[in-house]
Design a protein around this ligand. Structure first.
Ligand SMILES: Nc1ncnc2c1ncn2[C@@H]1O[C@H](COP(=O)(O)OP(=O)(O)OP(=O)(O)O)[C@@H](O)[C@H]1O
Ligand SMILES: [Mg+2]
Length: 328
């Protein structure tokens, strides 16, 4: 076992709504070792972003967490810390890259000023050293002409360049954990692969851990070590990537996998959306939340919630798992 950076225990996050409490994340357990990338996948609304925000302590004020939830980062329980105690940890120990780089950038400050601020604040670097480091970081994320770009404002950059800057800011203080929530969705297809390459390289070179949130199983296949599949706020299947792809047990995971576009499909093939509607998170079904959409569902699936079971290597929550060949 490598060094454990992140340990999430029974994370539960709910939001009050007019119709009642909406349970967005419902008992998630996760551990992540240094140097590894965990892919978190699932349909829209399955709780991926709320999970990420719960880990970062970046939830709206009205959100309710627990009972019994904890998020340990480098051995310290973040849920026990005040906002003031959390601030120096964000950026320094954990940082994020979001879908829209503009959320991470301040439109009124130059790229350099934003990088330098973090370097001075978190690492106590003197101004000149921080500027030199900022240029170096911009170069390391592949921004062309970093010496000139450092003095430009975000609106002077393309979308792909802005995301590179956001990544430079996210890695600038060498965090142990990077959480990337659909970091390439807003970008051109050609730029997407470059940004994912960049993230992967940074994680490897800096020996960080990364959570890569996506709904693209194709991205998971080539970018991640392990996968957690989310449905209705829970992890319903979890395994190393190869194991998950070769020995898929949960019918929902199989449905997600069958939606990967193949090169031979041509550019305009529509993805097979999974039939049926996502569950109501305010009045969830008593049994498996996927049962109403599952062609394998039987009686216990409707009435009894399946637990996430299995061994270290492969866990799944299903009463009627897909059959796979036993491995010797
Ligand atoms: N501030 C909020 N108030 C109420 N409900 C919320 C809030 N934020 C998220 N939710 C609900 O929580 C559930 C999970 O949302 P979340 O954003 O985590 O989904 P996601 O898996 O990230 O989806 P996507 O793939 O579309 O980004 C959804 O039903 C969403 O409507
Ligand atoms: Mg999301």
């Amino acid at each position: 076992m490598g060094e454990i950076i992140l340990d999430v225990v029974n994370q539960r996050t709910a939001f009050p709504t007019k119709r009642g409490m909406l349970q967005a994340v419902n008992g998630v357990n996760l551990t992540l070792e240094r140097g590894r990338t965990l892919g978190v996948v699932g349909e829209s609304g399955s709780g991926k972003s709320v999970l990420a925000r719960s880990i970062m302590g970046l939830l709206p004020r009205a959100a309710q967490t627990g009972p019994g939830s904890s998020v340990h980062l480098n051995g310290r329980d973040l849920t026990a810390l005040s906002e003031r105690e959390l601030r120096p940890i964000r950026g320094r120990e954990v940082s994020t890259v979001f879908q829209d780089p503009m959320t991470a950038l301040n439109p009124t400050l130059t790229v350099g000023a934003q990088l330098i601020e973090g370097l001075r604040h978190h690492l106590g670097m003197p101004k000149r050293a921080a500027r030199a480091r900022a240029i170096e970081l911009l170069r390391s994320v592949g921004l062309p002409q970093p010496e000139t770009r450092v003095d430009q404002f975000p609106h002077q950059l393309s979308g792909g360049m802005r995301q590179r800057v956001a990544i430079a800011i996210a890695i600038s203080c060498e965090p142990d954990l990077l959480i990337a929530d659909e970091p390439t969705t807003a970008l051109d297809v050609t730029v997407q692969a470059e940004i994912l390459d960049l993230l992967q390289r940074q994680v490897r070179e800096r020996n960080m851990a990364m959570i890569l949130i996506t709904h693209d199983m194709g991205v998971v296949a080539v970018r991640c070590d392990d996968v957690a599949v989310m449905y209705a706020g829970r992890i319903v299947e979890q395994a190393p990537v190869r194991e998950l792809f070769q020995r898929t047990r949960m019918p929902y995971t199989a449905a997600l996998l069958s939606s990967i576009p193949r090169i031979t499909d041509g550019p305009h093939r529509r993805l097979d959306a999974i039939g049926g509607r996502p569950p109501d998170l305010i009045h969830p079904p008593a049994g498996c939340a996927f049962a109403p959409r599952c062609k394998f569902a039987s009686d216990p699936c409707q009435g009894v919630m399946p637990a996430l079971e299995g061994d270290e290597r492969h866990r799944f929550a299903c009463h009627t798992p897909l059959q796979v060949e036993a491995v010797a």
